[in-house]
Ligand binder design. Structure first.
Ligand code: KG4
Ligand code: ZN
Length: 335
């Protein structure tokens, strides 16, 4: 079965073609970063318009790369939530219209299920069950994955998501949008020990997270270091390093705890923050110290993409599920 995947939940237009026999046939991601950069964050209306502009040509490019035509597609998967409602509607309208015109099934996919299953797009796939650390701009969750559609939430952030915390801390340091990758690049050169950033909620039992305290600590540290409102470059680098180390350590401590509590030795990382090099390295040593293994998608499949939606949709279509050809999306949708 060949499935066309459409991801339009936020500020990336992701299009992919997945074949249940041959794997990923191709994918393209168009990032709207330039469109939103001057506003310092995603402007929903501009996001919707850009998805409309880009989705169709990208579908053509993916089909051309694979040497296929639309008539050779057997199903359509689109992100139906959570996300920005206008942006989601673009993918849902396009997906349903294509399915109707081609007389093939369509399926709405949960964006986070896509992230969760992204490691399945790699050559080395984890067996079930595995523990998934989902770390994106909107979510920080630890999930026990028993199989497709069988997800148990073990813990989540009670306030900011890890990516959101990265983005907010970066904004305080006047780093360019999106802040996560910019802060991380700076942090890799700094002294993470210079400022005593806390490891929130690690001194009590449980698998929930809280990142808003790190934000406050960052703000206070910036205020203490700045002279006449200006932060010296070395201070900025060391604050970034301290912040990143605190997020990475906190995530690693909770992953270790989740693996120990469940006895599950396979850990996967998914979501945009999963592209963070320090986090990947730390989780690798954490899992190996427990005799386990960590699996992660290549960085381009950690951030938003159509391939993960095509994959998740394929599994659901193969299981006989499909959506009604009516356009409905779910901007807020617990998994
Ligand atoms: O999964 P994603 O692409 O979109 C959402 O569904 O949210 O994640 C985006 C988030 C942003 O907060 C971004 O700053 C963060 O992932 N991010 C990173 C890195 N690359 C992306 N955070 C830290 N280090 C990175 N290298
Ligand atoms: Zn995402």
């Amino acid at each position: 079965m060949r499935v066309l995947g459409l991801e339009t939940s936020c500020d990336e237009t992701g299009i992919a073609l997945y074949d249940s026999e041959r794997g990923l046939l191709g994918h393209r991601v168009y990032s709207q970063i330039q469109v939103h950069a001057e506003y310092g964050g995603v402007v929903p209306e501009l996001a919707s318009r850009d998805h409309i502009r880009k989705a169709k040509p990208l579908i053509q490019e993916v089909l051309d790369d694979a040497g296929l035509t639309l008539e050779q597609v057997d199903g359509i998967a689109f992100t139906s939530g959570p996300g920005l409602v206008g942006a989601l509607l673009v993918g849902a309208c396009l997906g349903n219209s294509l399915a109707w015109a081609l007389n093939i099934p369509a399926i709405g996919v949960h964006h986070m299920e896509g992230h969760l299953l992204a490691p399945m797009l790699e050559d080395e796939q984890p067996d079930f069950p595995f523990i998934a650390l989902l770390v994106s701009g909107g979510h920080t969750q630890l999930v026990k994955v028993e199989g497709i559609g069988r997800y148990e939430l073990l813990g989540e952030s009670l306030d900011d998501a890890a990516g959101e915390a990265f983005d907010k801390a970066a904004k305080m340091m006047n780093l360019p949008y999106p802040g996560g990758p910019a802060l991380s690049a700076l942090a890799d050169q700094g002294d993470a020990q210079r400022f005593a950033f806390p490891r929130p909620m690690t001194d009590r039992p449980g698998l929930d997270f809280s990142f808003s305290g790190l934000k406050t600590f960052t703000r206070t540290t910036i205020l203490n270091c700045a002279v006449d409102g200006v932060l010296a470059e070395q201070d900025k680098i060391d604050i970034a390093a301290g912040f990143q180390a605190a997020v990475v350590d906190t995530l690693a401590i909770k992953c270790k705890r989740a693996m120990q509590q469940t006895g599950v030795q396979r850990l996967i990382i998914a979501g945009g923050v999963g592209a963070n090099r320090q986090l990947r390295a730390k989780l690798q040593t954490t899992a190996e110290a427990l005799g386990g293994r960590v699996y992660y998608p290549r960085p381009e499949l950690c951030t938003d993409n159509g391939a993960m939606i095509a994959y998740a949709g394929t599994q659901r279509l193969l299981a006989g599920q499909h959506s009604e050809l009516a356009v409905s999306v779910v901007p807020r949708w617990p998994m």
